[in-house]
Design a binder for this molecule. Structure first.
Ligand code: BDR
Ligand code: CA
Length: 326
């Protein structure tokens, strides 16, 4: 199978880390680089967590670039209340190696990379600050990438930072607005409408333990804190794992159903960070985004678990069906 090349911009982060485990181990993907932005945790901590995942997978050959340490305009507000002070659920995951960051900043790297290469897609799992900065440096960025998938925003689902705003775009709404206005390539928006349908439940985790206890133990360690948060604020048992769905959507284009529309961002006032999705074409503007609306959680977990547990996909699919998991 020919591997498709991607760069992942992220803010690890519990669910970012799950997305990295999935993408890096997926046989259909070649992860060319990781770029890190301030988001769930300050950028240095995020980069540290990226290295922890690379170490776990024995993939320290993948270069890591640190980027923006704060949003373009707003003050930086992390999501350490959700992800733990260390960004990995305060589970005491240690870093063992002394691998170092690349010398360039994330935005310099992205701007230069997409001047040369035209065979790579970008998957953004955090605030869009690095992407907006790279776009300022290389206005052809969008035209030179194959696809751009962004976990962020929402259409009908309520927000997770305010009644209407999702964290990544709420954290840096100006960057998100700039990217939606200027990228010049359709943004595949994997927002809360679909990610809220992807819940890692206690039963799923228990199942993972039977298949690959070591991986399950790691996932339990990093998600435990997240579960408590979800119970307190969303009243669900388990946790929504947003970011891996962006990777799954990239791999399987028919996994999420949705529609194309013009999207703008609210950058001030009570709706700050909200994605204004013009589903009814009030503005008569060309669509700049694909809005994912529905997803089959079972199909998602089938691929995600097969990859991170290194188990046969048919077996996982069969188990999920008979045990009515996912
Ligand atoms: C997004 O915000 C972060 O907390 C998660 O990592 C995810 O990217 C969900 O709103
Ligand atoms: Ca994230």
């Amino acid at each position: 199978m020919k591997k498709r090349k991607i760069i992942i911009d992220c803010d690890p982060g519990i669910d970012d880390s799950l997305a990295l485990l999935y993408a890096i181990q997926h046989p259909g993907l070649e992860v060319a680089a990781l770029t890190v932005t301030a988001g769930n945790v300050p950028v240095e901590l995020g980069a540290d967590n990226a290295f922890k995942i690379l170490e776990r997978l024995n993939r320290l050959d993948i270069p890591v670039y640190a980027g923006a340490d704060r949003p373009l305009v707003r003050d930086f507000v992390s999501a350490q209340d959700t992800h733990g002070m260390d960004g990995l659920g305060d589970g005491s995951i240690k870093r063992r190696s002394a691998a170092t960051l690349q010398p360039e900043t994330a935005s310099d790297f992205l701007a230069a990379y997409f001047r040369e290469q035209q065979d790579t897609s970008l998957i953004a799992l955090g605030p869009l600050t690095n992407i907006a900065q790279a776009l300022r440096k290389n206005p052809l960025l969008g035209q030179h990438m194959e696809r751009f998938v962004s976990m962020g925003g929402s259409y009908k689902s309520h927000g997770n930072c305010s009644p209407v705003a999702e964290y990544n775009y709420w954290c840096d709404p100006h960057a998100a607005q700039e990217v939606y206005q200027k990228l010049g390539r359709k943004i595949e928006m994997i927002g809360l409408d679909v990610t809220r349908q992807i819940v890692l439940t206690p039963n799923l985790l228990e199942y993972m333990h039977f298949i690959q206890p070591e991986v399950a133990a790691f996932v339990r360690t990093i998600t435990r804190f997240y579960w408590d948060f979800h119970w307190k604020y969303e009243h669900i048992i388990g946790c929504v794992i947003n970011d891996p769905l962006a990777v799954a959507h990239f791999l399987h284009e028919d996994l999420c159903q949705g529609f194309d529309a013009f999207v703008d961002l609210a950058t001030e006032g009570p709706a700050l960070g909200q994605t204004v999705v013009d589903a009814y074409d009030f503005y008569h503007r060309p669509a700049n985004a694909f809005i994912a609306q529905e997803v089959s959680s079972q199909l998602f977990f089938q691929d995600f678990l097969a990859v991170i547990l290194e188990a046969p996909q048919e077996m996982i699919a069969q188990d999920l069906r008979t045990l009515q998991l996912g």
